[in-house]
Design a protein around this ligand. Structure first.
Ligand SMILES: [Zn+2]
Length: 326
């Protein structure tokens, strides 16, 4: 911004402006602050552009087995290819059998990519979100911006950073199909995993992370896997939004226990530890109003940042995880 202002200044004030810019950039503190604000704006803008694209009307609500779902899938694969992410085998797609439903195919697909770790071949982290949503009902499109385009774009954004700064362990990115219709994507993944389940140390599950209505991002999973609490607590020290632990007690009223509320349930059922990140339900939850315009950009950016910090914190502590008996 300051550079642009310098270049576009009027000739009479040019020298003064140039001098002011030179002083600003000569100061390390101000220079760093300036670079940070520009970067922050760029990252937030990019997050919002991508989440708007994936939750656009043209995706027709991304219901599993529909044209809108296939369009969303092509868009995600194009984004993965553009950032240099690679599939595990020949294709990014893992076929998912869908239940028979009117107006929809019986075949869908997960999208799976792998970011190689520096010590690859050992334990693996799964980072997951679901790209499907509710589709079109009575002519009304359910765009599912928060649920769960927000998680999918977090995966892409985190993947870009991991490709630049490789993690210690392999990270599998999983964009699941048909979470809304019975979690068939994540169930297929654990039934036919691209790497042996014994190698999967944890599922970090992101579903609805962009709305500030509840004023906090929740972390669920540490009551089931207490060894994860100090690890997650360390990541929380770097968070710039409120992080709360909970939503995982059987004593809660139905719906408030999030242990099985999204794709991490399939991993938990196999004894694979999970940490789920999500916000409280909001008035647009599963409503046509779950649009990108309702997302709080600053909260969303901070939630993605926390997700990245949590993944890196987990990555460096992965060898301390207790071993599992299959
Ligand atoms: Zn969801």
């Amino acid at each position: 911004m300051r550079v642009a202002r310098c270049w576009y200044s009027l000739p009479l004030t040019y020298a003064i402006t140039l001098l002011a810019c030179a002083i600003l950039y000569a100061s390390p503190a101000l220079g760093a602050q300036s670079a940070f604000s520009v970067a922050t704006d760029t990252i937030t803008r990019r997050l919002m552009q991508r989440v708007s694209a994936l939750s656009a009307d043209s995706m027709e609500g991304r219901r599993a087995g529909t044209d809108g779902s296939r369009r969303a899938r092509r868009w995600i694969v194009a984004e993965l290819t553009a950032i240099g992410a690679k599939p595990i085998g020949a294709s990014f797609e893992q076929t998912v059998k869908l239940p028979i439903r009117a107006g929809a195919d019986t075949l869908g697909a997960n999208i799976i990519a792998r970011i190689p770790g520096r010590t690859n071949g050992g334990r693996t982290i799964v980072l997951s979100a679901h790209y499907d949503h509710l589709g079109v009902r009575n002519g009304v499109i359910y765009n599912g911006a928060d649920d769960d385009a927000s998680g999918c774009i977090a995966l892409l954004t985190i993947a870009e950073r991991l490709l630049r700064e490789p993690p210690q362990h392999d990270v599998i990115l999983a964009f699941f199909d048909n979470e809304e219709g019975g979690m068939h994507g994540s169930r297929t993944f654990v039934a036919s995993p691209p790497v042996p389940l014994a190698r999967i140390a944890i599922d970090l599950s992101l579903d609805m992370i962009s709305r500030q209505d509840g004023k906090a991002l929740w972390v669920t999973g540490t009551a089931h896997y207490p060894f994860l609490l100090p690890i997650a607590a360390d990541a929380v020290k770097l968070a710039t939004i409120a992080i709360r632990f909970g939503h995982e007690s059987k004593t809660l009223t139905p719906g408030d226990d999030w242990t099985t509320s999204s794709d991490h349930a399939a991993f938990h059922a196999k004894g694979i530890p999970f940490l789920y990140l999500g916000v409280e339900d909001h008035p647009d939850y599963h409503q046509p109003g779950d649009d990108a315009e309702k997302i709080d950009p600053a909260f969303y950016r901070a939630a993605v940042e926390f997700s990245y910090t949590l993944l890196r914190t987990v990555d460096v502590r992965l060898e301390t995880f207790p071993s599992r008996t299959p």
